[in-house]
Write a protein that binds this ligand. Structure first.
Ligand code: ADP
Length: 309
């Protein structure tokens, strides 16, 4: 079983409008509401590819209830209840643009943070792989993911971590490393205080930085350019074919789902990378975020090349 962790989930509401009129009423008939947050995209993709998934994290209020009730079947929900209300994030699709209104989410108390650690300890025994995604809600200590990884490591469970900024930095500077991280170029640059990473050719040097020591897999996803990865002391360049895309939002999360499922199945390096890439690409080929059509899996898989560099 793969355990997905989403500490600050959201109900994602999408309002498609022909035209967005300011300072007046906009009426919408075609509303879509989904269980959102990066970790829930990972959850959906894992479930679509046939993995057994338990989804955990924090939920509160009637929004939280809605979110749990709208998880895809057959995901097993095991969320921890908090006093605050689960947030709502609104995307207004208009004039070929997307205007987003994102709530910050509830503030988490110290006892709720402690409570979730105990809840996580109860789940870890039944878990093969843990996949943690997204930001921490307000009120949680910056080293909270380090605490979760420590518990997972004590139970010999691998963690795939997909977060950025201070919480990622705290984990990398700690003694409790995840098995895999999946930064994109922007997140990598932010982590290393660089303005920009000029060329993927720099990546071999960059991911050899002492900060990443002890992390088994570093998969730097490069959008349409595939990925550059490090597994222990081996480096790989992954090339993918050009595809028609519909919506690449959530492709990174789908790649994370691929890494978690490949670790669970103990795939070879080459197959792990191909599996992760295909899922990112399949997501980009769909309109819906965090959705993959497995009918096209084999065709894409065989067009990907993994070269040791
Ligand atoms: P993130 O969403 O975290 O920024 P990426 O954009 O790098 O992640 O996407 C993750 C993976 O999804 C890529 O490595 C690639 O396999 C696939 N992907 C994303 N965008 C495209 C695209 N435009 N064309 C083909 N594949 C894509």
């Amino acid at each position: 079983m793969i355990l997905t962790v989403t500490m600050n989930p959201a109900i994602d509401v999408s309002y498609p409008l022909g035209e967005f009129k300011l300072d007046t009423v906009n009426r919408i008939s075609d509303v879509s509401k989904t269980a959102g947050g990066k970790g829930l995209n990972v959850t959906r993709v894992l479930s679509e590819i046939g993995e057994e998934v338990t989804a955990t994290g924090l939920v509160g209020g009637t929004n939280g209830l809605y979110l749990v009730q709208h998880l895809p079947e057959p995901v097993i929900p095991s969320f921890y209840d908090i006093a605050g209300d689960t947030r709502i994030c609104i995307a207004i699709l208009h004039d070929n643009q997307q205007t987003e209104i994102l709530e910050g989410g509830p503030r988490i108390s110290e006892s709720e943070s402690e409570g979730f650690l105990n809840h996580f300890k109860e789940l870890i025994g039944k878990t093969d792989i843990v996949s943690i995604s997204g930001s921490l809600p307000m009120g949680m200590p910056v080293d909270y993911y380090t605490q979760l990884i420590k518990i997972a490591r004590e139970h010999d469970k691998k963690v795939v971590l997909d977060c950025s900024g201070k919480s990622l930095e705290a984990v990398l500077k700690s003694n409790f490393k995840p098995a895999a991280i999946k930064p994109n170029l922007e997140e990598l640059a932010q982590l290393l205080n660089k303005e920009k990473i000029e060329s993927p050719n720099e990546l071999k040097n960059i991911i050899s930085h002492p900060l990443f020591e002890g992390v088994e897999w570093i998969v730097v996803s490069l959008g349409k350019d595939g990925a550059f990865a490090k597994h222990n002391d081996k480096f790989y360049k992954v090339d993918i074919p050009v595809i028609q895309i519909q919506n690449a939002v959530g492709s990174g999360d789908s790649t994370v789902a691929g890494i978690a499922s490949a670790l669970r199945a103990q795939k070879s390096d080459e197959d792990l990378l191909k599996h992760a890439m295909v899922l990112g690409m399949l997501n980009a080929q769909e309109k819906v975020t965090g959705h993959v059509n497995m009918d096209h899996y084999e065709d894409l898989f065989k067009q990907i090349t993994v070269k040791e560099v």
